[in-house]
Each structure stands twice: as structure tokens, then as C-alpha cells.
Design a protein around this ligand. Structure first.
Ligand code: AMP
Ligand code: GLY
Length: 423
């Protein structure tokens, strides 16, 4: 089978490496992929948001199956377009991808179906939103309704911060039309857990849990990023919490989407906070998380491509989905300056014995060497028998990599280790 994977980051590299293991997969196209993946697939320079060009490529090449990984093309309806051309896909259609595409939609869904989440109000006009934050409890969270490249959530410690956030989203339109509607939400506290799941609308199978590290610097300091590292499993996701999540959150969400006529097929991501009142949904994503995928998929002992086929055919109940009892750790190496501005095309050297590096943004120079080409550049991932071993092995690999203009957090997984000690 020839498989087309849409996207070009570390998550897509992890997906490609995993489906490449399947005996059914003979060739993989990545659109656009990046230079660091070229050993694993054929990169085609078509952007993930150039829907007409992607469809044209799929029609004129022997593409048997498509995996649409990033949020933008899913929310724009790429799966609908490809399926209309007879190409089976892994990923939700446009109607279902709205679960991530509109925070107002997802909050209303949770309210209507009694799925635990933070209290909220929705505003489409600035004045009533400003009046609301004059009175509400502080801190408060202001969220742009639509996609905002992961930047549309602002935690406001003061009323002035909240007003500034509202002005920038609703008036200055810093996130474009995504900010014409905002959700103002109660601030919750507690450890965060990411749970990715496979679902075809009939069956939902949670994958191994993971923990992201969103802040740029050690000790959870500095600006928010797309994610500076992950570990799996997440020790806060105990068996008891897992059972509660399945009963109160995962299955009710699948059923709610069916009832709304928006059956979700693909990877449904639950961003959870384990509060004193139990687990609550912080966000849904309609796709694999990045960099969660980089620790979850290396622990999957089953054939990912077969699972994806089952999801697309609505036969997930027949799929074999097993995760190893091990742990994994991914340390992201980013370019200095990220998530602000950063230099591009900085030289890197990855020695041969560091094999499990997922490349998020790189280019191959004319002499064959690797140059950085993005903010987050590498996801250095290792498996171990437990989290401690996975962390040690991941950092051992990080230390072997030469990337002078790079930086990374030195404390990925420490909070998880702490939680295990407290247990
Ligand atoms: P997102 O961009 O949707 O992934 O949200 C970014 C981060 O904001 C989440 O991972 C949480 O750490 C935080 N966050 C979002 N909503 C809330 C909330 N209601 N209470 C506390 N923190 C939140
Ligand atoms: N790591 C968070 C996300 O993928 O949205």
C-alpha cells in the first residue's frame, strides 16, 4: 500500500516511522515532510494547508490511504475532499474536527452531555466580555474560539490582563477570525494528563497516557511553547482515574458526537486536568498530540497502519491494540530564541548510534549534512523499563547531538518522577 501522510513535524515523523514497520506499507509520501525524514519516506513539497494541491497529488499518484495529522487541514475539511475522491483516510471529517476547531462548540457539547469541564461563558462582542471579567473570579482563562496555532489560550492573573487579552483577540484580531468569538473560562488547578485515543464512533480505545511540558524553560518557567518534551505513561493517570475518564469523559464524548451527527473517526485527544473534583476536560484535539505522539507510538506494540485501516472502515473493535509495559521520554531540542524569533539553517550533527530522533524541522545541505529549519527541531526519544531509565537514556542521546544554536529543557520527566515518589 502507498500511504500519504499530511504534515511535516516531529509528530508526523513518529507516525511515519511506526507505519513503516507495517508489512502492508510499501511506500510513504510525506506532504510536505521535512529534510530530516528523507530516510523514512518521500517528501513532496506541498504544504499541509494547500488542500487543492494535496487532492491533485493524491489523484495523480498511486495513493491507497491518507493520514491527515495536523489540525488545520482537518478543520478545513481535507478528509471530506479525499474521501470524495475515493481515498480512504485516517482522520475526522470537517463536521467532527469542529471538536477542536471551535472551543465554543466543544464547551457547549460538554455542557449539553454532562461531560466535566471548567465553567465558562461565550462572547461574540467585546463590551459584554469586558463587563464579565470586571466581576468574575480571578485568575481566569481567555480562549480564542478557533484555531490559533496553539497560542489562543491566555491565562490571566489580573482583570487588566483579561481585558488586554480580550482587546487583542476581539479588537486587534491577533489570531484573525479565530478571536471573533471567545470563551472565558474558570481557572482550574491540578496535574495535566494527555490521553490520545483511537475511535471509529463505535469503539474507543485509549492509548497509553502521557505528560507534556509546555513551558520553554526548566521548572515550568518562560513562555508557552508547542511542547518541549513528554513522558509516558503519566503517573497521575492511575487506574482509578482512567476508569473515571472512560466512564465520564471518553465514551460520553464519542456518543455525544454520534448524537450530534458528527461521528468522530481518527485520533481523539483528551487534554485533561485531574482536579480535586475529579478529571475535567481542558481541551479536545482532533488529532495526535505533538510531542505526545513521539512517546506514545514507540510504546505501541501493534501494527499502527492496521489500526488506522480499522478506524477508517469502522471496524476498530476487531483491531489489535497493545501497548508495552515500558516507558518513554522525548526531549525536544529547539533553536535558541524559540518560541520567539530564531535563526534558521544552523548546523547539527546526529551520530549514527542515536537512532531514535524524530525530526520536526530540518533541511539537508548540499554536502548532505543536516541544518535546522524551525523552532522545534528534534525530538530525541528513548524507551526504558521505567520512566527513570527512559529519561536517562534520552538525555544520554541528547548529549551526543551537536547543535550549537539549540537548547532544551534539562528537567523533562522530573515532575513525573516526583509524583511516583509521592505515591
Ligand atoms: P491549549 O493551548 O488549549 O493546549 O491550552 C494551553 C494550556 O493552558 C493547557 O495545557 C493548560 O495548562 C492551560 N489551561 C487551559 N485551560 C485552562 C483552565 N481552564 N484552567 C487552567 N489552565 C488552563
Ligand atoms: N502537545 C499539545 C498538542 O498537541 O496540542
Amino acid at each position: 500500500m502507498n500511504v500519504m501522510v499530511i504534515g511535516g513535524g516531529g509528530r508526523e515523523h513518529a507516525i511515519i516511522r511506526k507505519i513503516k514497520e507495517s508489512p502492508k506499507v510499501t511506500h510513504i509520501y510525506a506532504l510536505p515532510g521535512n529534510g530530516g525524514m528523507e530516510k523514512d519516506c518521500e517528501c513532496v513539497p506541498i504544504g499541509a494547508e494547500d488542500l487543492p494541491a494535496i487532492v491533485e497529488f493524491a489523484k495523480t499518484h498511486p495513493v491507497d490511504f491518507a493520514v491527515v495529522a495536523p489540525d488545520d487541514p482537518l478543520v478545513m475539511g481535507l478528509v471530506d475532499l479525499l474521501e470524495a475522491e475515493g481515498i480512504p483516510c485516517f482522520g475526522p471529517n470537517k463536521d467532527a474536527a469542529i471538536i477542536e476547531g471551535s472551543k465554543a462548540f466543544s464547551k457547549q457539547l460538554m455542557k449539553a452531555y454532562g461531560i466535566p469541564t471548567a465553567e465558562y461563558e461565550i462572547f461574540t462582542e467585546l463590551e459584554p466580555a469586558l463587563a464579565y471579567v470586571e466581576e468574575c473570579r480571578i485568575p481566569v482563562v481567555v480562549k480564542a474560539d478557533g484555531l490559533a496555532k496553539g497560542k489562543g489560550v491566555i491565562i490571566c492573573e489580573t482583570r487588566d490582563d483579561a481585558k488586554e487579552a480580550l482587546h487583542s483577540m476581539m479588537e486587534d484580531k491577533v489570531f484573525g477570525e479565530s478571536g471573533s468569538c471567545v470563551v472565558i473560562e474558570e481557572f482550574l488547578t491540578g496535574p495535566e494528563v494527555s490521553v490520545l485515543s483511537f475511535t471509529d464512533g463505535n469503539t474507543l480505545i485509549p492509548m497509553i497516557s502521557s505528560m507534556d511540558h509546555k513551558r520553554a524553560y526548566d521548572g515550568d518557567q518562560g513562555p508557552n511553547t508547542g511542547g518541549m518534551g513528554t513522558v509516558a505513561p503519566n503517573p497521575y493517570y492511575t487506574e482509578e482515574v482512567a476508569q473515571q475518564c472512560e466512564e465520564e469523559i471518553f465514551l460520553p464524548t464519542m456518543i455525544a458526537m454520534n448524537r450530534e451527527g458528527r461521528t468522530f473517526k481518527g485520533c481523539l485527544y483528551f487534554g485533561l486536568m485531574i482536579t480535586e473534583d475529579g478529571p475535567k476536560v481542558i481541551e479536545y484535539n482532533c488529532r495526535f498530540g505533538d510531542p505526545e505522539t513521539q512517546v506514545v507510538l514507540p510504546l505501541l506494540d501493534s501494527d499502527l497502519f492496521e489500526i488506522m485501516e480499522h478506524v477508517s472502515q469502522g471496524t476498530l473493535a476487531d483491531a489489535e491494540v497493545n501497548f508495552a509495559d515500558d516507558a518513554a521520554c522525548c526531549v525536544v531540542m529547539a533553536t535558541k530564541g524559540y518560541p520567539g524569533s530564531y535563526d534558521k539553517l544552523c548546523p547539527m550533527e546526529i551520530p549514527e548510534d542515536v537512532s531514535n530522533v524524530y525530526v520536526a524541522g530540518a533541511k539537508v545541505a548540499e554536502d548532505g549534512s543536516l541544518l535546522s529549519n524551525g523552532g522545534r527541531v528534534l525530538g530525541v526519544t528513548e524507551r526504558g523499563k521505567d520512566i527513570r531509565e527512559a529519561i536517562d537514556k534520552a538525555y544520554e542521546s541528547v548529549h551526543k547531538i551537536k547543535f550549537d544554536n539549540g537548547f532544551y529543557r534539562t528537567d523533562i520527566g522530573q515532575r513525573a518522577l516526583q509524583a511516583l515518589k509521592e505515591d
